[in-house]
Design a binder for this molecule. Sequence first.
Ligand code: FMN
Length: 190
Amino acid sequence: MDVYDTILSRRSIRRFQQKSIDNAILKKFVNAARLAPSAANLQPLEYFVINNKDLCSKIFETISWAGYIKPKWIPNQEERPTAYIVMLVRDTKNPWYIRDVSLASENIVLAAEENGIGSCILCKIDRDKIKEILKIPKEYIVDSVIALGYKSEKCVVEDLIDSVEYWRDENQVLHVPKRKLEDIIHMNEF
Ligand SMILES: Cc1cc2nc3c(=O)[nH]c(=O)nc-3n(C[C@H](O)[C@H](O)[C@H](O)COP(=O)(O)O)c2cc1C
């Protein structure tokens, strides 16, 4: 897949096959994150990789899933993520760290997509609980978590008409509205 095709095909995936991801593949994702652009090249990020079953179930309990799906939905036992990467910030005084996390996260989700692995960036998480479960030293910030696993969900992009809310149809396909190109681009004039 070339980069553009990978960008087009990636969607946030919240249902996964129960097939484990090799350590080497997970390390490859962290390596992709490590090489992302970094403000002043300060590199304030570290990564906690989880693919141990017991830890995965503990982390699962700290996550809020798909806020727009009603009634409240969570992945069932047979469709939970098989790995997570927790995005940690070491230098919390760095004013640009959120940009660094965002760029590193995009590298991870694109590398995952290229390897046929689904991902979902998660920020609605219980950070204190995650720190406690993983015994993260208090000087670190838990910024976000990226859920990973082989995909067990179909998603399609559609033009945004009047709502940003993603929705599932009767076949469980997730529809993700995106603003149209002509609505957001300003070429040479506003
Ligand atoms: C910063 C950020 C935080 C997010 N937090 C959550 C979350 O807590 N739970 C969740 O299910 N999805 C979360 N998502 C996924 C978004 O819902 C998803 O990116 C959006 O609906 C667009 O879908 P797409 O990623 O398939 O393009 C988050 C995405 C971003 C970028």
